[in-house]
Design a protein around this ligand. Structure first.
Ligand code: FE
Length: 223
């Protein structure tokens, strides 16, 4: 009769899985292999796409729009009225498949964006979404306990500030307009944009600080 130690087998099983890529990573790799094999894409196309969304778009488009809204009250009104149109105006074409709603943080309100169903996100304005945005935990808890989630991001919201949670869908996506930091009165658009982070536009960061800007954050043109 064969005997085995169930716990030891389980530990070996966990250990083996620990060295494998995650299941989604394996599925993506398999999908990429099929697309390349069928000559629908080349590996270089995929690398260029990832590179564009990770490094070239990043949150730069959104940050430029936020900076302009801080400097130009008329533009800000247009942005809050029709986000897609305002982004169009800045040369970032809106997507026909969803409406972009921009929600403004104020001294009395903090906005937090989530997609409870999957991971809807304005990719063309903010670049790749962070892994935590797609996690089951964030998607479930952002609605149930937004203040608790924010505290884990280091954002403590005092009781008299209202927290509004916006649930994205494939037809409606959101972007947070953060508050302009103190001490930036004479800053130009490029310098202001360099302060704006991806998390601030999702709402998992509230306070942007003028002192957080380092020389490396500015491009040669923006410096
Ligand atoms: Fe989604």
């Amino acid at each position: 009769m064969t005997s085995y130690d169930e716990e030891t087998i389980s530990a070996i099983h966990r250990e083996l899985h620990g060295h494998l890529p995650s299941e989604p990573a394996l599925r993506v790799k398999a999908l990429e292999s099929v697309l390349v094999e069928k000559k629908l894409f080349t590996s270089a196309d995929i690398d260029n796409w990832v590179d564009a969304y990770t490094d070239k778009i990043g949150p730069i488009n959104g940050a430029e729009v936020v900076a302009r809204a801080w400097l130009d009250p008329d533009f800000k009104a247009r942005l809050l009225g029709d986000g897609g149109k305002a982004f169009d105006e800045m040369g970032f074409p809106s997507r026909p498949d969803f409406v972009l709603k921009v929600v403004e943080n104020t001294a009395a309100v903090h906005n937090l964006v989530v997609c409870t169903l999957c991971s809807c996100y304005p990719l063309h304005l903010l670049g790749m979404s962070p892994a935590w945005y797609k996690s089951n935990e964030y998607r479930a808890r952002a609605v149930r306990d937004p203040r608790g989630v924010l505290a884990e991001f280091g954002v403590d919201i005092v009781d008299d500030v209202e927290v509004r949670v916006w649930d994205s869908t494939s037809e409606r996506r959101f972007l947070v307009l953060p508050q302009r930091p103190a001490g930036t009165a004479d800053w130009d658009a490029a310098k202001l944009a360099a302060l704006v982070t991806r998390n601030a536009m999702i709402g998992t960061q509230r306070d942007l600080m003028a002192g957080d800007l380092t020389a490396g954050d500015l491009t040669a043109e923006g410096a």
